[in-house]
Ligand binder design. Sequence first.
Ligand SMILES: Cc1cc2nc3c(=O)[nH]c(=O)nc-3n(C[C@H](O)[C@H](O)[C@H](O)COP(=O)(O)OP(=O)(O)OC[C@H]3O[C@@H](n4cnc5c(N)ncnc54)[C@H](O)[C@@H]3O)c2cc1C
Length: 458
Amino acid sequence: MRYPELSYWLSSVDEPLVPRPPLPGDTDADVVIVGAGYTGLWTAYYLAGADPTLRITVLEAEIAGYGASGRNGGWCSALFPTSLPALARRHGRDAALAMQRTMQATVREVGRVVAAEGIDCDWAYGGTVVLARSGPQLARARAAVEEAREFGLGPADLALLDAGEASARCAADGVLGGTYTPHCAAVHPARLVRGLARAVERRGVTIHERTPVAAISPGAAVTPAGTVRAPVVVRATEGYTPMLPGQRRTVAPVYSLMVATEPLPARTWERIGLAERETFSDHRHVIIYGQRTADGRLAFGGRGAPYHFGSRVRPGYDREPRVFAALRRTLGELFPVLGPDVPVTHAWGGPLGVARDWAASVGYDPASGLAWAGGYVGDGVGTSNLAGRTLADLIRGERTDLTALPWVNHRSPRWEPEPLRWLAVNAGLRLMFSADAAELRKDRPSRRAATFSHLLGH
Ligand SMILES: Cc1cc2nc3c(=O)[nH]c(=O)nc-3n(C[C@H](O)[C@H](O)[C@H](O)COP(=O)(O)OP(=O)(O)OC[C@H]3O[C@@H](n4cnc5c(N)ncnc54)[C@H](O)[C@@H]3O)c2cc1C
């Protein structure tokens, strides 16, 4: 496996991607964690910090950061996949607000650890600008701000921008306005996950790479090389979860794909802006996301790759030439200054995890010793840190503000069996795409797409 080819980010880390030694054979631990992405590593980090006597083993099928954590858009944001109104409906307004405020604090917590551990991940706390480039998008920007106000969140949390203010941050084509939140940092995601792995090792945790876990059960993580027996077993496998026995319908792996340009000249950046390295998007239905990298590239991604029958996850699915071409075209539409031949140098993708009710969750069952976290959809960079801190509290039997949050021990329903799952996910994607195209053409909202987003609870 040529790991640097998995993403622009993994190709630009500050270390050779040599796998750590695999599990040599049967062993014991106090906690075994399956998966060395952000979720597994943050859990190890906080557990080891809280109780340095714990023997913690992390088992990773490939290398730390192989999954979405080494490939994502690098938005360390306060976004949470369940909206505030949906959380409020299920758990009450106070619980929803507590979740939102904790997510905001989580961005600061990641920044604190990055500084404390000396993780060189190009951290830039520049916020997020979401542009409105059509009438319906502008209506959605206004609605987002109104919704925030109803929950008592002021302009310091989410501000409505007019065309001039939005363009001053990100001078895309045809900007009519937008929204801005300060609660996001742009990061180099692979440097974050790789730095975190080293920080975890400094805390005495053992990481075995190239060690795929074939099965998880109470008290054991079984691999072809041997079994790790531990009273606590943490599943931190996100988009790869369906490959574990018994987990096929737990989350649907949905692919997000990205491209990166070559480093752009200073005169181009003068035209585009993003001077504070704000992360950026617009208010269309099918999510797009971008950041200005520390070395002056545009890293830009979107969903829209097809969901694969049977929740299959394969390396070949990371690359969809049709989606890469669409991303490149969209970048050119947003920033005509890039010219007709947008200078893309890297293209990649990876699976993220979507629960049936679009709700991320973190949980621990003391009776079985089984713990899990995930279902973050596209918001796992920040949320996984909160998951790690929460799991550390849950596993140690502490009742804290974190363990009282509404996502704790939430059980999402399982996805439908095939072919219903395939039909539902792909039909929804197609509907949202055609709605966005229609809006940009005719500048009017699509009721059907709004209904579909609502059905998915997003
Ligand atoms: C292209 C893309 C862009 C994204 N952009 C953003 C963004 O900008 N902001 C944001 O917040 N989120 C984003 N996300 C989502 C975010 O990256 C994920 O939510 C987050 O990285 C999940 O971390 P994780 O540790 O739970 O999962 P992963 O990083 O996927 O880690 C899971 C790990 O478990 C390992 N594993 C799986 N099965 C086994 C097994 N059986 N045995 C051993 N090891 C196993 C895998 O190899 C992998 O390393 C994006 C995702 C993608 C794919």
